[in-house]
Write a protein that binds this ligand. Structure first.
Ligand code: BGC
Length: 249
């Protein structure tokens, strides 16, 4: 099946048509800057624009940077506060005229990696950490997802919250060298491995394209790898989630 996958991020809204049988992108990725302010209607219009740019009518999957319960956004760390309690599924479906499935962006990335990527057939506990404007997390135990984990907000022993210390947005805002930022990421990931004891850590998000800049400095007991789909995992997983909601023919 061909499904439009969309990844809503703090700085860009990215979409592509995805072959949900193989997990591959059928088109190039289109990116629209996230509207500022990123209010519900502005984001919904941007998604509509993306769908139109592909001349697409059909199910859409959207990975969203918030806790999502039954289509409703429950938190808003890196998106406009008016998202809290907004029914994202209904809003996006109404605006685009398509049937939209919405899930947390890290959950979407995890779904892609566990179905077709680095975590495929991986038993045990797999932690995926996606690093961008915020830090998203998802845990899979023997292939089953623990959704809406929100461990990007854990309190570190140095007094910072995880994503306020180690996100890619912090690296850029503070103009940190890769080496200085890698030390911060190491503090974050060490805390995560001490709390969740995974068998494998998958690192995704924009920085996963630059693994050579910081992987050598990560000193973890847990094996870690870059997400196979790099920053496209969210788009692919969102499309897969929308595909799972379609009745099998
Ligand atoms: C949000 C998460 C999201 C992560 C990555 C965090 O600020 O609370 O829901 O998964 O950013 O976008």
């Amino acid at each position: 099946m061909t499904i439009l996958g969309v990844d809503v991020g703090g700085s860009g809204i990215k979409g592509a048509l995805v072959n949900t049988e193989t997990g591959s992108l059928i088109t190039d990725r289109h990116r629209i800057p996230t509207p500022d302010p990123s209010t519900p209607h502005a984001v919904a219009d941007a998604i509509h624009q993306l769908a139109k740019s592909f001349d697409y009518k059909g199910p859409i999957g959207v990975g969203f940077p918030s806790v999502i319960h039954n289509g409703i956004a429950k938190t808003a760390s890196n998106i406009h506060k008016s998202w809290i309690s907004t029914n994202a599924r209904e809003l996006f479906s109404l605006t685009t005229g398509c049937e939209v499935t919405v899930l947390n962006d890290a959950d979407a990335a995890g779904l892609a990696e566990m179905t077709f990527g680095t975590g495929k057939d991986h038993r045990g506990t797999v932690l995926l950490v996606t690093i961008g404007t915020g830090i998203g997390t998802v845990l899979f135990v023997n292939g089953t997802m623990v959704p809406n984990l929100e461990m990007g907000h854990i309190f570190l022993h140095n007094g910072y919250f995880g994503e306020k210390y180690a996100s890619d947005a912090v690296r850029k805002a503070k103009d940190l060298s890769w080496s200085a930022w890698a030390k911060r990421m190491n503090v974050y990931l060490k805390t995560m491995e001490d709390l969740t004891w995974p068998d494998l850590i998958i690192i995704g998000g924009g920085v996963s394209k630059k693994q050579e800049k910081f992987f050598p400095q990560l000193k973890l007991r847990t094996p870690f790898v870059a997400a196979h789909f790099r920053n496209e995992a969210g788009i692919i997983g969102a499309a897969l989630a929308a595909g799972q909601n379609k009745p099998k023919k």
